[in-house]
Ligand binder design. Structure first.
Ligand code: AMP
Length: 390
């Protein structure tokens, strides 16, 4: 019998999963996939570690988060030769209280429900599978891993807004997100660049969602995302940092309702909004439309500004790490970012950049530049394994 760990990442319309098996000292990816279309026509697909499809099923109509969780549970409980040892969940918000992953029980689930107002678009979906498993298989340990937790090492002042206590006391702080990705990179960094791991590094998590984080000695000291996952860089469809006066203008002068403003900020802005072409970097890079180029230029410009800001927060810069879909794959974007960062001592090695690294700076570069693939699911599996072992 092999012990396995199921990792769940529940979004608004999909339930992504990975299965890791403990083999000697390592966790090995066995299977991954998703049930998508949870609110339309649901479809389940599972791949093996090499990406080959190993199971698939279509459902007529929407099965929702609860039934999807039950289906996955039955599927993996029935896998011959394996025992489901624990389930690890990605949970977007741990508030100020959870600075580390936590084993779930009724009390913790209740505390995480109380954080729903801080992340109403994500937290309820994250909690749905947790409740189902807590009821159906209470003896299988569950662990919550938070996108916010890694940033709780930041100085108090880096987590503050300049707002009065009557607003701040409702939990209005800069929390930061993508913490599991940054934590994975922070743990990998000593293997590739020991000096940077002890020193000051800015990690660029550039995917559909995008943010940047300054690490000092492997700990987060500042990040571009704040109270929600809207702040900071322009993203696929999210606007990034905005003068809050624009929100007032949209409401007071343009007559947009709160939900219309929310839709503009989350779904109609960013790369999609600026380009009018696509939210997807591959489509933008292959487009001749000048608006597609402008969207990329704006992203690069904002990255450059944030890089200067985060280097200031870290007190200098020893290394830059590119990660996530765009960061790991777009040589063109990395080249543009590095060209703009020459002032801070970055010297790109174009051939290494074209090969996707791992090191893409020249030997003489004042700042090391790396491409390191992230793996948030593995980070969750690792935390889950550690917590259930104690
Ligand atoms: P993620 O959210 O981490 O899966 O990243 C998704 C983003 O990565 C999308 O904008 C994709 O277009 C982008 N991406 C993935 N592969 C490539 C590639 N080969 N070149 C440019 N962008 C890519």
């Amino acid at each position: 019998m092999t012990d396995s760990i199921l990792v769940l990442n529940a979004g608004s319309s999909s339930l992504k999963f990975s299965v890791f098996a403990r083999e000697a000292d390592a966790l090995r990816l066995r299977s991954h996939g998703q049930i998508e279309g949870l609110t339309t026509d649901s479809h389940f697909v599972a791949h093996d570690a090499d990406g080959a499809v190993v199971a698939e099923r279509s459902f007529s109509g929407a099965i929702g988060h609860e039934r999807a969780t039950g289906f996955l549970l039955d599927h993996y409980l029935d896998t011959p030769g394996t025992t489901l040892r624990a389930v690890g969940h990605r949970v977007v918000h741990g508030g100020t209280e959870y600075a580390a992953p936590v084993r779930l029980d009724a009390g913790v689930i209740h505390a995480l429900e109380a954080l729903i107002p801080l992340a109403p678009l994500h937290q309820p979906h994250n909690l749905a599978p947790i409740r189902v498993l807590h009821e159906r298989v209470p003896d299988i340990p569950q662990v919550a891993c938070f996108d916010t937790a890694f940033h709780r090492t930041q100085p108090e002042i880096a987590q503050a807004f300049a707002l009065p206590p009557k607003i701040e006391r409702h939990g209005v702080h800069r929390y930061g997100f993508h913490g599991l990705s940054y934590e994975f990179i922070a743990r990998r960094l000593p293997e590739v660049d020991a000096v940077a791991a002890r020193g000051r590094t800015v990690v660029l998590h550039l995917g559909n969602g995008a943010s940047m984080c300054a690490l000092v000695g492997g700990r987060s000291v500042a990040t571009t995302m704040g109270f929600t996952a809207l702040e900071g860089l322009p993203m696929g469809t999210r606007c990034g940092s905005l003068d809050p006066g624009v929100v007032l203008f949209m409401q007071q002068q343009l007559g947009l309702s709160v939900s219309e403003v929310e839709h503009v900020l989350y779904h109609e802005s960013g790369l999609l909004g600026v380009s009018g072409v696509s939210s997807d970097m591959r489509s933008l890079e292959s487009s001749d439309d000048p608006r597609a180029k402008r969207a990329i230029d704006l992203l690069v410009y904002r990255i450059g500004r944030e890089l200067g800001s985060l280097a200031a927060a870290a007190g200098g810069l020893d290394a830059i790490v590119f990660t996530a879909g765009i960061g790991e794959n777009s040589a063109r974007l990395r080249e543009a970012v590095c060209r703009q960062a020459r002032w801070i001592g970055v010297e790109l090695d174009p051939a290494a950049n074209a090969r996707q690294g791992p090191r893409i700076s020249t030997d003489g570069s004042g700042v090391g530049v790396w491409v390191i693939p992230t793996d948030e699911e593995r980070m969750i599996a690792q935390h889950t394994d550690d917590l259930v072992a104690t």
